[in-house]
Structure formats: C-alpha cells, structure tokens
Design a protein around this ligand. Structure first.
Ligand SMILES: Nc1nc2c(ncn2[C@@H]2O[C@H](COP(=O)(O)OP(=O)(O)O)[C@@H](O)[C@H]2O)c(=O)[nH]1
Ligand SMILES: [Mg+2]
Length: 330
C-alpha cells in the first residue's frame, strides 16, 4: 500500500493535471515550472505528471509548428492573430511558446518593444508563454524541449517561436513538424538570411507586415529570385504574404497549419523519437565535447543509453551520475 502522504501527493498532482487539461491557465503555468526546473527532484515530478497525463483520456497529441525569424519581424503579433483565426476555424486548443533572447548581464529582455500576446480571458483554450533563452542568442532554451513534452499533451497545436539564424535553427527543425520563417520588409536582413543558408530550413516563408506595401513587394520579388537558388535540387518553399495589422494572408497561413495538422494526423508530434537529439544536446550543453565522448563510449552509444534508461529524464539522471567518474578516468 502507498504511504498516505504519497497518496495525497498523487491525488494532488492528478487534480493539477486535470485542471491543466481543462486549460486552467495558472495550473498550466505551474506544470510548466516543473518542466523548466533543472533541479534533481524535478525529474521524478515530471515523470509523475507525464504518467498521469498519459493515463487521462483528455490528453492531447499536439502538433508542433516552429516560427522563426529575426527579432522584431512580427512573429508574436502574427501568432496571436493566427491562433484566434485557427480556433475560430476549428475547436482547437493552442499554446504559443515564445523563446526570447535575454541578456545574461541584465537578465532582462534584449528587446524593449517585444510583444507579449494576451488572449481574452474567455478563450482559455489559447495560451501564451514566453521563455528566456540565456545560453545563446536565439534558438531554443535548454528546457524548451522539456516544456514541449508537456504542452503537446495539453494542447492540439503548439507553436514554438524562436529567434536566431543558422545553427540554432536546426534544433527547431528537429522539434517541429512544420517550420515557418518570418521575414519583415524593411528588416534589412533579407540578404543576410539568404547568405546564411537559413533558406534551406523552412517549409514556408512568411513575409510579414505586408501593410508596408512597397517594401513588402520588394521583399517578395527578391525572394522570388533568391529562393530557387537556395534549393537547386528541390522545390523552393512557398511564400505567403501576411499582415497582422490588416489581416491579409491570415486565412492562407491558417489553411497551411490546418493542412499540416490533417497530414500528421491524430498521433501528433512524435516527440519520443526526437528525444535522442535533445538528449545529445543536453549532454553537450552540460559537459561539452568531453561529455559527448563519454556518451558515445557507452554500450550502444547515445541511442543505447537513452533506450536503456527509458526516457529523457532518466537518461539525464543516469548520465549525470556517471559522467564525473568517467571524466576523471579519461
Ligand atoms: N506595420 C506592421 N507592424 C507590425 C505588424 N506585426 C507586428 N508589427 C510590429 O512589429 C514590432 C515587433 O513585433 P513582434 O510581434 O514583437 O515581433 P517578434 O519579435 O518577431 O515577435 C511591434 O512593434 C509590432 O507592433 C504588422 O502586421 N504590420
Ligand atoms: Mg516575439
């Protein structure tokens, strides 16, 4: 028999999970805190939460869409409008996880005017959360993947908004079923982006702020000539023109998301299959190349280690326990 305090704790966790599944905002935020918690004890709580959610018939199998682009390109504003359009089109629950670069010195936001999306309180099925990425400029925060493990169980659709160009984009690629690159006219960074090879990554290029008509037209025609060059072997990604201000293009963008939802089907994002990438990345973040070598030297390599541990949290715990000894030996 379980000791009474454990049983009480389990009942409490279960109630919290049920409130989160009903999209009670504070309960969702409480659970996110568990998935962002890097302390040792949090892994056991995460396992408990995942087990309770997976046993609940109300659990979702969310799809993950990535939305990336330079700071200020209008991603958050667009996502706020898009989420409302999607939820009007179909009875969907939608979470937006906006990973913002923050300055490690001030601990604050890099951008003064970054938009935090607020949904009306009578739309609890829509949720916005911003997460600071302190380790690098742009890309995913170390715990973005952990939070996605939670959010895909609570929502039908999860948008992950990230800043960053280049390598960090590849992490997002691993995480997402569909990726949108948002470019703003007047941004001045189009040429940079084309050079950096970022164009190889997105499934769709979104030109935002098309209410800036002249500049938007210039950007669209620059893209029309540059995109085919960026993918000499394949089809260039489609370009969608949008404006969060006028509403232009929102229906087309929503249609693309819904088509992805239909194509991927009720199973949603297969996050478990992507754990290997984020496990490796965690090892690299914590112990660098030396840690990766220790991991590769394990029986069956990284894959074998993760498989034997059973899940991401267990693998991280086991690896953290063995790595100091292995590093001292090597
Ligand atoms: N003209 C215009 N400005 C926009 C539009 N969407 C966003 N903005 C502005 O662009 C700035 C950056 O927006 P934000 O959504 O925070 O961009 P993010 O950093 O990519 O998330 C804000 O000042 C917005 O008001 C749009 O459709 N048209
Ligand atoms: Mg933003």
């Amino acid at each position: 028999m379980t000791p009474p305090d454990t049983a009480a704790e389990e009942a409490e966790a279960k109630a919290l999970c049920q409130r989160a599944l009903a999209h009670h905002t504070l309960s969702v935020s409480d659970l996110i805190a568990v998935f962002e918690d890097a302390r040792d004890g949090a892994a056991a709580r995460r396992r408990q939460v995942l087990r309770l959610l997976d046993a609940d018939p109300g659990r979702r199998h969310g799809l993950i869409c990535g939305v990336t682009g330079t700071p200020g390109s209008g991603k958050s504003t667009l996502l706020g409008r898009l989420a409302l359009a999607l939820a009007d089109a179909r009875p969907l629950s939608i979470a937006i996880l906006a990973v913002d670069p923050s300055s490690p010195l001030s601990g604050g936001a890099l951008l003064g005017d970054r938009v935090r999306v607020r949904f009306p309180p009578e739309r609890p099925e829509l949720y916005f959360r911003s997460q600071a990425s302190e380790t690098q400029l742009g890309g995913l925060a170390p715990d973005s993947f952990q939070v996605c493990r939670l959010l895909t169980r609570l929502y039908d659709l999860v948008f992950v908004e990230t800043v960053g160009i280049g390598q960090s984009e590849l992490d997002v690629r691993y995480l997402c079923d569909r990726m949108y690159l948002v470019l703003a006219p007047l941004g001045g960074d189009e040429v940079q982006l084309l050079k950096a090879g970022v164009m190889e990554v997105p499934d769709v290029v979104v030109v935002s702020k098309c209410d800036e008509t002249l500049a938007a037209r210039r950007l669209v025609s620059a893209l029309a000539s540059a995109l085919p060059l960026s993918r000499p072997l394949g089809e260039p990604p489609p370009v969608l023109r949008t404006s969060a201000r006028s509403g232009e293009g929102l229906a087309e963008l929503a249609a693309d998301v819904l088509a992805t939802l239909d194509r991927v089907g009720p199973g949603g994002s297969q996050l478990a299959a992507r754990e290997l990438h984020f496990f490796r990345r965690w090892v690299r973040d914590e112990w660098g190349r030396a840690g990766e070598r220790v991991l590769d030297a394990q029986p069956g390599g990284a894959h074998g280690f993760l498989y034997a541990a059973g899940d991401l949290d267990s693998a991280e715990q086991r690896f953290a326990a063995l790595v100091p000894g292995a590093l001292a030996q090597g």
